[in-house]
Design a binder for this molecule. Structure first.
Ligand SMILES: [Zn+2]
Length: 137
């Protein structure tokens, strides 16, 4: 995957989403943490679902987690993913407690296991967008 060949949909580069991906571009996985109750959250949003506070900060993640679940896509629903099928969207549960929808870079679907330790592995897909993928820890 090179910068010029990435033809899949990209995240919205605006607001809190842009802030999240700007951290990724710097090689840092960060999640919002509520300054009132300490609860982490992802995907980025303005308000804490635990205590309704608007007061929060970006906190650097350890980048470590475990596989919570996955599925295997045999027939892509978006044409840009057609050549990638079969592939496995994976949900990683981070040490901070939040879950991230992602993909593995080094593990074929048949080798995935619930609870498998994983580590973030950034990949620049365009000049502006770096995505957090994962690899075996
Ligand atoms: Zn809170």
């Amino acid at each position: 995957m090179t910068e010029m060949s990435y033809d899949k949909p990209l995240p919205a580069m605006e607001g809190l989403s842009k802030e999240f991906y700007d951290w990724c571009r710097q090689g840092e996985l960060r999640f919002q943490r509520c300054k009132c109750c300490g609860t982490f959250r992802h995907v980025p949003r303005e308000i804490c679902a635990q205590c309704t506070s608007f007061d929060w900060e970006w906190v650097r993640s350890s980048g470590k987690g475990t596989i919570f679940t996955w599925t295997v896509v045999a027939r892509a629903l978006h044409p840009a993913f057609g050549d990638a099928a079969p592939y496995a969207p994976v949900v990683v549960e981070m040490e901070e407690g939040v879950r991230v929808l992602t993909q593995m870079v080094d593990c074929p679907p048949e080798e995935l296991k619930i609870g498998m330790p994983v580590q973030v592995n950034f990949k620049a897909v365009t000049a502006d967008v770096t995505l957090p993928y994962f690899r075996r820890a």
